[in-house]
Design a protein around this ligand. Structure first.
Ligand SMILES: *[C@@H]1O[C@H](CO)[C@@H](O)[C@H](O)[C@H]1NC(C)=O
Ligand SMILES: *[C@@H]1O[C@H](CO)[C@@H](O)[C@H](O)[C@H]1NC(C)=O
Ligand SMILES: *[C@@H]1O[C@H](CO)[C@@H](O)[C@H](O)[C@H]1NC(C)=O
Ligand SMILES: *[C@@H]1O[C@H](CO)[C@@H](O)[C@H](O)[C@H]1NC(C)=O
Ligand SMILES: *[C@@H]1O[C@H](CO)[C@@H](O)[C@H](O)[C@H]1NC(C)=O
Length: 869
């Protein structure tokens, strides 16, 4: 038996290695799983497959030693996941092995030894359940007025009929407010040789504007498992619009792309549910040749969700960073989200707050902050999009179609992608971190009077709304031309500080912690020069702050971190709509505001809530920090790997693999829609700080509850570690000893490795509060977009009431959402992603208010994706 099996396997492997496109999935007949296989641990993949009763399909995307396997669906399907024979077999095996391991007298039968080998060889198993991702941002209603840009038209011999309306390229009213691309065209930079991948809802490669620049080889449809990303649903126009912004040809169709001689590939994932394994493969698709992945979607922008990429997706992102583009790293560009009017912030989205993504927010035609564009400390730059009466004019689905109503942060991200394509034509050797450095150093200042600007310790200006400023193509690429490449990345993570003996296990059960009283809680972590040397760490780039907070109303919690140089990063500001009771189970925030700052000294976290204990209260259990930067000695650089378990408190190194559970509970709605209908017309602003300091924040020196803060803040990591040793005894002692040893050896083993940004919270925690009326899915815009014609919009409006079932709150009934989506003929998609304008910021009770329920964002999908809770 052994021989045939390995033969078959060899054939399969061979085939998958050669395969150009993923095998077609058949979710209705089979259950799919991903197994992580450790070939050194004693059991072959064939043996594991045989034991679990699965067949190997292929390697999971680009993830080495991760295998997509499948088993026929059990005949009698029960609703409960308990009846998944594969998961059950795996869990039984694990349970047996761990029972043996814990027994003092370990039976050593052959069977037990095999079982242990099997489990160690397959440390990770997860069922793949398709779920819907949401696009970000809908567009506009009113066509912009007439403008002309004769000079440019003549100079470049432009015949594209709508070029004169592409104000983001030539703005006749506010001359300085453009992407400033034309000086680069003048020197012949047009994106030649650069491929961008639109990870979106399809790409109309039959469009006159795109057909010559379409790259079929690196395109794929992960929704329907076909080679080409053909738009099929009525609202599959988002990817095409974004692609047009980047690479619309200079011809007689519509307008022109920023990098109009570059290529675009389409990877279709937003037109139906997809599983983690496919999302992971999508983000690596063609990654040797594709340079940039344009992602205008994310978790819902409803101001209530807190979600990030799951384990496989985080691994894929790191895989792209480490091995994409010949090792220079894939460039991931994410739209910051359209939920600002809902109080949403991009630090609650694990894709946008990942250190690996360039997070792009929007500014409008007048250079003002549009009310939909989400602020946060992870924002890196802004690019132009809808607002103050204008939208983005770009290619649309169809042979020779154009839209004058594209917008949202969804349209800001592709403008940035176009600029990066020009930069990579000029400097193909830029690594993913060079791309980020160039953003940090070359943002163009706008609205200097805006109180949201603050000077960083390095001396740059930073704003939660604008990041380091507008991405100005000419300035950026000129700087890129003479840029010295940065040294490889270095990082280290501090041990976790536990407050009041706070702990959290893998099941997210909290214990201990310090009550968050009227004065909040502060705690300090001290970084020394020796630590930097030890970790081969030279210059600071991103910081991560991971927190464990148990609270009855997550949106009431505010978190900020103050650096040794007294620079404050607001990480979480009040989110009125977020009443989730799941707290922050090891959620990781990110800030770019400390870029270039000397990290040595005390980093102080402040956690406060709204000081209304009768309504909501909670405890702060612990936190830690991760510092990312450049190496001192490039030859000692090491690549980062994603730990399987990263959110338990205290962080431990050799975490056992998580029990295999079907991933049902982790529903990650994708995109963020929440772009209100008037996102293009509403006036922007430049007079309000994104996070006003109105909330009663005690200052550092005054008013902090002294005993508490002493208790807590004096817990430098070092003492924290000692305390932990005392508390946890010898086991922990060994842990630290090992860690130390590892550090001396090569600084690889950080206590908890880390991750792409958002922690492992994906499912359960991320979820929408159970009683909330508007759960989930939103696109950044993808579908969100309204079509150009007013009647279309009208139709959307009219249909809003048409799906009463959608108004029912969330949580339950999970399939309704995506079923609706599947109906090509409803206009529902049109409305789904749009956010209602002027959402109420009041505290919402569990029962939806009528107006809210009727609003587009409220309805729909939400319920489907997020049954989690
Ligand atoms: C990627 O580029 C290499 C050469 O650089 C080429 O041989 C290969 O065919 C390309 N692959 C795809 C899928 O375009
Ligand atoms: C933490 O645990 C230790 C040992 O169990 C105990 O002595 C100490 O009082 C606890 N501290 C708090 C704040 O609960
Ligand atoms: C730190 O900065 C704040 C303003 O952000 C200021 O009020 C405070 O005085 C500063 N503290 C020190 C010690 O410089
Ligand atoms: C915390 O809130 C709960 C209700 O959410 C309340 O019953 C409890 O008394 C509050 N605790 C404090 C200390 O106010
Ligand atoms: C914290 O978590 C525990 C267990 O998960 C729960 O029982 C408790 O009510 C939570 N809330 C607070 C405020 O401690």
């Amino acid at each position: 038996m052994k021989l045939p099996w390995s033969l078959i396997l060899a054939l399969l492997v061979q085939q998958s290695a050669l395969a150009v496109t993923p095998a077609k999935r058949s979710y209705h007949t089979h259950n799919y799983y991903v197994i992580e296989h450790d070939p050194q641990a004693g059991a072959s993949l064939a043996e594991i497959s045989r034991t679990l009763g699965v067949e190997v399909v292929e390697q999971a995307g680009q993830l080495l030693n991760h295998w997509l396997v499948r088993a026929e669906k059990p005949k009698l399907t029960s609703r409960s996941n308990d009846h998944d024979p594969v998961i059950n077999t795996y869990n039984d095996l694990r349970a047996r092995v761990s029972a043996i391991d814990h027994a003092h007298v370990a039976p050593r039968s052959e069977e037990h030894i095999r079982a242990r080998a099997l489990i160690s060889s397959a440390p990770y198993l997860s069922r793949q359940i398709p779920r819907q991702r949401t696009k970000r941002a809908p567009p506009p209603i009113r066509p912009p007025g007439e403008y002309s840009s004769e000079a440019i038209t003549e100079r470049f011999g432009i015949e594209d009929p709508l070029f004169s309306k592409q104000w983001h390229l030539a703005n006749d009213d506010y001359e300085e407010h453009t992407m400033n691309v034309t000086p680069l065209w003048e020197i012949g930079l047009t994106g030649k040789g650069v491929i961008s991948s639109l990870v979106d809802d399809g790409l109309d490669y039959t469009s006159e504007d795109l057909k010559d620049n379409f790259d079929a080889d690196n395109s794929y449809d992960f929704n329907d498992h076909e080679p080409l990303p053909t738009p099929k649903k009525f609202d599959d126009h988002h990817g095409t619009r974004c692609a047009g912004q980047i690479a619309a040809s200079k011809n007689q169709a519509c307008g022109i792309g920023i990098a109009y001689n570059s290529k675009v590939a389409g990877v279709r994932i937003l037109s139906g549910p997809i599983s983690d394994v496919d999302e992971a493969a999508a983000l690596n698709y063609g990654y040797h040749n594709v340079s940039i992945y344009s992602c205008s979607w994310g978790p819902p922008d409803n101001g209530q969700s807190m979600e990030g990429p799951g384990y496989l997706i985080k691994k894929a992102v790191v895989e792209g960073i480490n091995n994409g583009r010949g090792g220079k790293g894939s460039i991931f560009v994410f739209a910051s989200g359209n939920g600002a009017a809902n109080g949403d912030q991009c630090n609650f989205d694990g894709y946008t707050n990942s250190i690996y993504s360039v997070t792009v927010s929007a500014v409008d035609y007048k250079g003002l902050h549009p009310y939909y564009s989400e602020p946060c400390a992870a924002n890196m730059v802004v690019a132009y999009s809808s607002g103050s009466g204008k939208h983005i004019v770009t290619t649309d689905k169809g042979k020779n179609e154009c839209t004058q109503s594209h917008g949202g942060t969804s349209a800001a991200a592709p403008n940035a992608v176009g600029v990066f394509a020009l930069a990579l034509e000029a400097r193909p050797d830029l690594t993913w971190r060079d791309i980020q450095y160039l953003c940090v150093e070359n943002g163009r200042m706008i609205n200097p009077e805006d109180p949201d600007w603050e000077r960083t310790a390095h001396g740059r200006l930073y704003s939660y709304k604008y990041g380091f400023g507008v991405l100005d193509a000419a300035k950026y690429v000129t700087a890129a031309q003479s840029w010295n490449l940065v040294k490889p990345q270095a990082w280290f993570e501090t041990p976790s500080v536990q407050l009041g003996n706070g702990t959290m296990d893998e099941e997210e059960h909290y214990s201990g912690g310090v009550f968050i009283g009227p004065n909040g809680v502060t705690s300090t972590i001290t970084i020394t020069k020796e630590m930097l040397v030890q970790y081969n760490f030279e210059a600071l780039e991103h910081i991560n702050v991971k927190v464990w907070i148990n609270h009855t109303a997550r949106g009431d919690v505010e978190v900020e971190v103050i650096s040794p140089m007294n620079i404050t990063s607001v990480l979480a500001k009040k989110r009125t709509g977020d009443r989730a009771t799941s707290g922050y189970p090891g959620w990781m925030f990110m800030s770019v505001k400390h870029w270039g700052e000397d990290p040595v000294g005390d980093w102080t976290i402040r956690v406060t809530d709204q000081n209304t204990p009768e309504y909501s209260n909670g405890t702060f259990l612990g936190w830690n920090m991760k510092f990312w930067g450049s190496t001192i000695d490039a030859s000692r650089a090491r690549k980062y790997t994603v730990p399987r378990v990263e959110n338990v408190l205290p962080v431990h190194i050799e975490a056992p693999p998580p029990p295999a559970t079907p991933t049902t509970t982790k529903v990650l709605p994708k995109p963020t829609a929440h772009l209100p209908e008037d996102h293009g017309n509403a006036p922007g602003e430049n007079t309000k700080p994104a996070f006003p300091s109105g909330t009663p924040h005690p200052t550092a020196d005054v008013g902090w509850f002294p005993s508490l803060s002493n208790l807590v803040s004096s817990q430098k990591w070092f003492f924290g570690a000692i305390g932990a040793v005392a508390v946890f005894g010898l086991g922990m002692g060994i842990f630290f000893w090992r860690r130390r040893k590892a550090r001396l050896a090569n600084y690889t083993t950080l206590p908890a490795g880390d991750d792409v940004s958002m922690s492992a919270l994906s499912g359960r925690s991320g979820a929408v509060p159970a009683g909330s009326s508007r759960p989930t899915r939103e696109l950044y815009d993808a579908f969100g977009e309204v079509s150009d014609d007013d009647e279309y919009a009208e139709e959307g409006t009219a249909l809003r009431g048409a799906h009463p079932q959608d108004r029912v709150s969330a949580g339950i009934g999970f399939h309704s959402g995506f079923l609706d989506d599947e109906e090509p003929t409803t206009a529902q998609g049109t409305t789904i992603y749009r956010d209602e304008p002027g959402p109420s910021h009041e505290r919402r009770e569990a029962s939806p208010s009528p107006s809210r329920a009727a609003s587009p964002g409220a309805s729909s999908g939400a319920s489907s994706w997020e049954h989690a809770s």
